[in-house]
Design a binder for this molecule. Structure first.
Ligand SMILES: Nc1ncnc2c1ncn2[C@@H]1O[C@H](COP(=O)(O)OP(=O)(O)O)[C@@H](O)[C@H]1O
Ligand SMILES: [Mg+2]
Length: 337
């Protein structure tokens, strides 16, 4: 997909409407020896109904742990703060209630469909299972599975339901896991690097499908990727994560036109673009810190060419800046208008 911001045709914000998802000061920690280490370190954001938000950042920044915490899938980690989805605080639900949220209010698609699918059971069985565990009859669940595969443009869907995962191509498997995420009619779809394992052509197909389905169903989407190149054509908003925190959050158009956080600028400078000479691609110097060795002050300061004394000492908080949210003591200049 070309990197041209295209928010056209996307739903406009409804004034006064409560967001579908509100995450407030989410910390997700693990215990290491005697101390607790925050992998996700005070993340706050919200997603409107029908809105698509891309969560980006280098590998290890905490994107997956954030996503999995929203579904309470990180059993060995402790999550604090609040996650309100469709009016309910996820962190306060019982395990039984949580099972209904997973696949019900929130559907999730992971990067590697093969690790998610059982090689010994038919596709139809696996898609229908999400409904079966909720007490839907076999017949109704199978009918719905068929309907979903049709919606996902799987040809000869009825035949496909009796096939096994190894008989499917990568793109088809990704459709199957998408069907599993959608069959419970979620309000929010979390897609964690859903196209990373696919070749570019199949990746485009899956993205186009995600675009169509989320549009027709009015779904909110949290789309996680380390590939900024595919964000602009799909998302309304982009949220950038670094070392466990959100460092920038803004609408796609403004963020791509004029990122305010030096890290976001670095990420964007490393994306090939049709409107720019691609042998001038720049990568950000250095590497992201390990979770156990995150620097004091701004976690990005050792790699930042705008850093000054304050950045070494004081961690910047995410604050409003020209319609965006930025965590930086010395943001990039605003775009000339
Ligand atoms: N179960 C775990 N135990 C210890 N560390 C973990 C665990 N899961 C993830 N991490 C660490 O947390 C950090 C963030 O991981 P992750 O959310 O998977 O990053 P991303 O999805 O942004 O690439 C990484 O440094 C990873 O090594
Ligand atoms: Mg990940």
């Amino acid at each position: 997909m070309m990197m041209q911001p295209n928010p056209a045709g996307r739903p406009a914000p409804v004034p006064g409407e409560a967001p579908l998802l509100s995450v407030d000061n989410l910390c997700v920690s693990i215990r290491v020896d005697d101390r607790s280490v925050n992998i996700v370190d005070g993340v706050s954001f919200s997603i409107r109904r029908g809105e698509r938000v891309a969560l980006v950042g280098e590998s290890g920044s905490g994107k997956s742990v954030t996503a999995r915490a929203l579904m309470r899938l990180e059993r060995r980690m402790k999550a604090t703060g609040s996650i309100v989805c469709d009016g309910r605080d996820i962190l306060k639900l019982s395990d039984g209630e949580m099972r209904r949220v997973r696949g019900g209010t929130i559907g999730m698609v992971f990067q590697d469909p093969m690790s998610f699918l059982d090689p010994l059971r038919t596709i139809g069985d696996q898609i229908a299972e999400t409904l079966r565990i909720r007490g839907v009859s076999r017949r109704d669940a199978e009918r719905k599975a068929l309907h979903i595969l049709d919606e996902l443009k799987v040809e000869r869907a009825a035949e496909r339901l009796t096939a096994y995962p190894h008989e499917f191509s990568g793109g088809m498997r990704q459709r199957v896991v998408l069907a599993m995420a959608l069959i419970g009619d979620p309000r929010l779809l979390i897609a964690d690097e859903p196209t990373t394992a696919l070749d570019v052509r199949v990746q485009d197909q899956v993205l186009a499908l995600l675009d169509e389905i989320s549009r027709s169903r009015g779904l909110s989407v949290l789309f996680i990727t380390h590939d900024l190149g595919i964000v602009a054509g799909f998302a309304d908003r982009v949220m950038v994560m670094y070392a466990g925190s959100v460092v920038e959050d803004g609408d796609v158009y403004s963020t791509f036109a004029a990122p305010r956080h030096p890290y976001t600028r670095g990420l964007l400078d490393a994306v090939p673009r049709i409107d720019r000479d691609s042998d001038r691609l720049a990568s950000i110097r250095g590497t992201p810190p390990h979770v156990f060795a995150r620097p004091q002050g701004c976690p990005f300061h050792p790699r930042c060419d705008r850093a000054f004394e304050r950045c070494v000492i004081e961690r910047p908080v995410l604050r409003e800046l020209g319609g965006m949210r930025v965590a930086c003591h010395r943001p990039e200049p605003e775009a000339a208008r």
